[in-house]
Design a protein around this ligand. Structure first.
Ligand code: A2P
Length: 287
């Protein structure tokens, strides 16, 4: 029996999961490793697995897949208890199959749970070609689900014109001050799950007075209030923290229920200002 399997039952109760459009279930609260330095990744992901996370989100472009894989191997957590996402690097959209196999090798896995196109990079004109390769990986069960990231409405439309498989999920920048509500609603109506990256606004949304007030009244922390707001909307979230106390704090957001008025007060924080790059023009092919 693995070191961590004793707590599997309580963890299942703790982290809700949602069904993707192909029936595959994803733990709604996962752990993101964007900006985790490669040399720290194994330690950070081992801490996350020990805290109870079972959904890990990485990307070839983060250059830390090997650390994720090392942590998974060291943890002893059975593979089938894990949900692992990685992403196709922009510069490899024309070679998605070989890029995928390089990711698998770095992760030390023989399949991933979710494989995403990291950015549309419309100027390259390659995301449809990449998707068609990913459909093959899906058909071969090397990726249990395939999806997209940073796809804006026109990119979703173009993809769907050519796709046989509807993406399972779109991972986008989404937090109280930047919600992309129209895009999220469109994805939901198409059966494409919405996943929030930078769900805490990379930490900047934690200082909003409304969030702090809600935290005080719930005896919770600002991060827990924002994560509870995401979870209540059915959004998949992947907060990042290098600190194991904050990893646990973020997991405990699953026990917080916000009232309708509290939900609305956080939704009212929309400012229209993104933190990350604009997917309409972002074209960094080194990623
Ligand atoms: P740290 O790694 O030092 O915990 P996002 O997931 O939106 O990108 O936000 C990540 C940022 O928010 C990181 O700087 C992280 O810092 C910080 N963070 C994550 N969880 C918490 C928390 N519970 N309280 C305060 N800051 C947090």
């Amino acid at each position: 029996m693995s070191e961590f399997s004793n707590s599997a039952e309580s963890r299942e109760n703790l982290i809700p999961d949602i069904a993707l459009n192909n029936g595959v279930r994803v733990p709604q609260l996962g752990f993101g490793v964007f900006q985790v330095p490669p040399e720290e990744t194994q330690r950070v992901v081992e801490d996350a697995l020990e805290a109870g996370y079972r959904h890990i989100d990485t990307a070839a472009a983060y250059r830390n897949e090997a650390g994720v894989g090392a942590a998974i191997a060291a943890s002893g957590v059975p593979r089938e208890e894990l949900f692992v996402t990685t992403k196709l690097r922009n510069g490899e959209q024309g070679q998605a199959l070989s890029a995928f196999h390089n990711s698998l090798r770095a992760l030390g896995l023989d399949y991933v749970d979710l494989y995403l196109i990291h950015w549309p990079v419309p100027s390259q004109g390659l995301f449809v070609k990449a998707w068609q390769a990913m459909e093959k990986l899906y058909a071969n069960n090397q990726a249990r689900a395939i999806g997209i990231s940073n796809f804006l409405s026109p990119h979703v439309d173009t993809l769907l014109e050519h796709a046989e498989v509807v993406p399972a999920l779109n991972q986008i920048e989404l937090h109280p001050t930047y919600q992309q509500r129209d895009l999220a609603a469109k994805c939901s109506s198409l059966g494409i799950a919405v996943e929030a990256y930078s769900p805490l606004g990379q930490g900047t949304d934690l200082d909003a007075a409304t969030v702090r007030e809600r935290a005080t009244s719930h005896g919770a922390t600002p991060a827990q209030i924002i994560l509870a707001w995401h979870l209540a909307q059915g959004t998949v979230v992947i907060p990042k923290s290098a600190n194991s106390a904050r990893m646990r704090e973020n997991l405990a957001a699953t026990s917080i229920q916000l009232t309708q008025a509290e939900m609305e007060s956080i939704t009212a924080l929309e400012s229209g200002a993104r933190i990350g790059s604009d997917p309409a023009v972002a074209a960094f092919t080194q990623m």
